[in-house]
Design a protein around this ligand. Structure first.
Ligand SMILES: NC(=O)c1ccc[n+]([C@@H]2O[C@H](COP(=O)([O-])OP(=O)(O)OC[C@H]3O[C@@H](n4cnc5c(N)ncnc54)[C@H](OP(=O)(O)O)[C@@H]3O)[C@@H](O)[C@H]2O)c1
Length: 357
């Protein structure tokens, strides 16, 4: 099965994704799946498109070295590249959307996804903005177009959070959740517990490509607020945006709060949560707060970049999912997992029966 891929965004995650797809060649070949990168579109490094297929790993080296995405790169916009993809003959066409988070609007990613679905392509994304701002509209569009819109990498990197609920918890109602879901702030808080200053701990996360392109999105709590909105929209029909989430961040001045918590046998954690105001009510209470947690709390024991999410359900009680080793390799894996989900759906014809499974 030939799957034509158009990558919109070719930064840390997009570049790691093309290397991972190459590393997975034996698995893909055994399943008869042949993903072919036909286009790569960036903001400042140009766009390349070749329906016969590109050397995406070479393009990744070029961009990582600061060069254009290819010698024949053009200034073609993402929308024109999606139109080109739409005219291709392939068993499946997938747009891989990994542009940076715009927490205020979810754009330009929302526009890219709308156009991709309208062109007949499936969409996979690691960008939480569209789910935090426009989940209901995009899900309805995907269903109407009989296409998939998947975003496993948007929360907790490669840990299958959305898949877990969608595929393995039929009929379960999610009453609420709370989680430590931002690696950068958890790393900084852990470093501050050891007496390290705020700024170098943040710089390490930037150097490793873990912090958002604009790191204030992490430390001001916006990234967590976007994840809370995304989870609440998908799981609790919340219809909120990150601006509806009460929000607190972390800063260098929190060193005293961190030290006081340690002295009291506790740990400060940036916790995102959502609950229904009253059981059965439509209104969702959503927040991001710096909280002192007991070390015995599943969220209180998290070190460094570790994340965890506690999901409160009716049928299963509280379910805790922990990610001990986050990182952009795992986010790239989430894109790969979404690619495989679509390949399976195309193979068994279920992609033509429903958009969101
Ligand atoms: N890094 C992580 O560990 C991680 C984890 C989970 C989720 N995510 C999410 O994954 C997404 C990508 O993250 P990243 O770390 O790969 O970001 P990044 O390194 O900043 O890369 C972003 C890419 O998007 C391109 N871009 C920006 N605006 C564009 C536009 N209008 N049209 C086409 N391309 C555009 C950039 O092009 P130029 O370089 O030419 O400007 C760049 O190639 C983000 O939404 C992030 O929140 C990241």
């Amino acid at each position: 099965m030939r799957i034509a891929l158009l990558l919109i965004g070719f930064g840390h995650v997009g570049r790691r994704f093309v290397h991972l797809v190459h590393e997975m060649t034996p698995t893909l070949e055994a399943l008869g799946i042949a993903p072919v990168v036909v286009g790569i579109c960036t903001r400042r490094h140009g766009t390349v498109f070749n329906e016969a297929g590109l050397d995406a790993r070479h393009a990744a080296q070029q961009v990582a070295g600061g060069d254009a995405v290819g010698p024949a790169s053009t200034s073609t916009s993402a929308h024109d590249a999606i139109a080109q993809l739409g005219s291709l003959n392939a068993e499946a066409r997938i747009v891989v959307e990994t542009t940076p988070l715009d927490v205020q609007s979810g754009q330009p990613a929302i526009g890219h996804i709308e156009m991709a679905l309208a062109s007949g392509a499936h969409v996979i994304s690691a960008n939480k903005g569209p789910v935090a701002h426009a989940w209901h509209t995009l899900a309805a569009q995907a269903t109407a177009a009989q296409r998939q819109f998947l975003f496993e990498g948007a929360v907790m990197d490669g840990i299958p959070i959305f898949n877990l609920v969608r595929e393995t918890m039929p009929g379960v109602t999610i009453l609420g959740f709370r989680g430590v879901v931002n690696s950068t702030t958890n790393h900084i808080l852990s470093a501050m517990e050891r007496g390290e200053p705020f700024a170098p701990a943040l710089a390490r996360m930037q150097a490793d490509g873990i912090a958002e392109a604009d790191p204030s999105l992490d430390v001001d709590g916006w990234d967590t607020a976007a994840k809370v909105a995304a989870l609440a929209n998908v799981w609790m029909d919340a219809r909120i945006t990150p601006k509806d989430v009460r929000r607190e961040g972390i800063c260098a001045n929190d060193a005293t709060r961190v030290a006081d918590a340690v002295a009291a046998g506790r740990r400060m954690k940036l916790v995102g949560r959502a609950t229904r105001r009253t059981p059965g009510a439509k209104k969702i209470d959503a927040s991001v707060q710096l909280e002192p947690l007991e070390i015995s709390d599943p969220l209180g024991g998290l070190d460094g970049q570790a994340n965890a999410l506690e999901i409160d359900t009716d049928a299963l009680g509280r379910v805790v999912v922990t990610q001990r080793d986050g990182g952009l390799e795992k986010t790239a894996y989430a894109l790969f997992a979404d690619l495989m989900t679509i390949a399976r759906a195309v193979a068994d014809g279920s992609d033509r029966r429903s958009g969101q499974r």
